[in-house]
Design a protein around this ligand. Structure first.
Ligand code: 5GP
Length: 178
């Protein structure tokens, strides 16, 4: 794989699409085993998790529903630290097994807000599933049960992740070239 250009930035290959598919399948198998014979409500975080959530759900063999919500804290390549409100949660989570599907956890601010908002609605259980974790900045504020890849503190794009809105359609993940 070669480097790619998105707007003014160059990105180098980082996680292949084959590796991503293996990771997604492995996570799905764990979820299938952990929730066997139970119903699960998946909550996908837009925009970034749309591809991960779609691929993950294809491997889930449980009785399940998925609902997507939107919440953003990022502009460009650095976190603004500003959390916007959660939009689109019209499914009640009370008394349900809930798994939040996130693309990437960086500082943890986004997932923390999501976690506490959902927890207040008294789900039967609540877990987080993230494809990528950047442990360097993560404050461990909420437990992350399912983590696909832990990576260094580099900006990445592809497989749902964007740079300024672009690059979400790329099947593999690329890392910013310094
Ligand atoms: P946090 O609130 O954990 O700091 O940031 C989580 C959100 O920031 C993610 O949902 C994602 O939108 C964005 N983000 C964090 N790191 C990256 C990255 O390396 N690449 C991209 N494209 N987005 C990121």
């Amino acid at each position: 794989m070669n480097t790619i250009q998105i707007k003014n930035l160059t990105f180098k290959p980082y996680i292949t699409k084959e590796t991503l598919q293996t990771t997604v399948k492995t996570i799905a198998e764990r979820i299938n085993a952990d929730y066997r014979d139970q119903e699960v409500l998946f909550i996908g975080m837009l925009n970034g998790a749309f591809i991960f959530a779609a691929d993950l759900l294809k491997h889930i063999n449980l009785t399940c529903k998925i609902s997507f919500v939107k919440m953003a804290s990022y502009e460009g390549t650095t976190s603004t630290g500003e959390i916007k409100e959660i939009i689109g949660l019209n499914e009640s989570v009370k008394g349900k097994h809930v798994i939040v599907v996130e693309d990437i956890v960086d500082t943890g601010l986004t997932i923390q807000t999501m976690y506490h908002t959902l927890q207040a609605q008294q789900p039967l259980s609540l877990e987080i599933c993230t494809l990528i974790l950047k442990p360097e900045k993560y404050d461990n504020s909420v437990p992350l049960k399912y983590v696909g890849h832990s990576i260094s503190n580099e900006f990445i794009v592809g497989y749902g992740l964007d740079y300024d809105g672009y690059g979400r359609n790329i099947a593999s993940i690329y890392q910013l070239q310094e």
